[in-house]
Design a protein around this ligand. Sequence first.
Ligand code: CP
Length: 321
Amino acid sequence: MSALAVDHLLGIDGMKLDDAERILETARSFDEVNARALKKVPALRGRTVAMLFFENSTRTRLSFELAAKRLSADTLNFSSSGSSVSKGETLRDTARNIEAMKPDLVVVRHQSSGAPWLLANAMSGAIVNAGDGQHEHPTQALLDAYTLLQRFGRTPQEGLKGKVVVIVGDIARSRVARSNMLLLTLLGAEVRVAAPKTMLPAALEQYGVSTSHRFDDVIGEDVDAVMMLRIQKERLSAPVMASEADYAVGWCLSRQRAARLRDDCLIMHPGPINRGVEIDHDVADDPARSVILEQTKNGVAVRMAVLYLLAVKRAVTTEEA
Ligand code: CP
């Protein structure tokens, strides 16, 4: 298998289709490892993965940690709360000190867009963006694409051509939406995004998606998957809606709206969910259509693939140097 074209996973923007397919294909083999009684392989034995979380996380953090451990890597865990960031240490100085411990791979989540690029310049290990501000969340998009392909019974090479995916909610402030628009279109899907005017940025045509300001206009029998997003309150400086109840009237995936979707239409959400705001209880827990917990499960195999392939690339680059 040839190495990835990239040395870091900073975003989906600019990613080659070959790299996306390779990550998704490799995740399939790690899915098989995760189904075994003994869920561990020695692929990263002797390597160190530093996990730097400057922003809260449940799914991403835990699945990266599990991914590293299942690959037999040593892990370094850093949270900004409880660290010397609270004493005024900058991101660059934090990075320089962690670099002194020579991690091979560095997973970073940060509230500032672009933080992973800063680390890629300041550190020698391979950097993985685990979410930077409202910019990108590449491993979320990869695990979402993986979930869709698995459910549709397609290989990564077969892609998502002919499938319609609707993304709904706070598109403007969502790194999940941006990475998904880029990756799902790269894999051939038709992507429709819908949001209130205050949550839909201009110039989305560059992503090859269609847009709407009415949820009810984008759902129907032709839709294969609906991805709901929460309102990114932590990124709001002023209210963008009258109230959550008003928002829910126009933008909640309610039981009534879900009834307009096919029985095999997949219902997705990256989490965390605000039940009753962007998605109703029974829709989120729909045993036939909701794949929300599958997304979380698949995050482990996809992140194993990302860590493994970047470590392979690093070994190849270091040998060649
Ligand atoms: N989807 C996602 O990024 O969830 P966390 O914020 O819990 O990591």
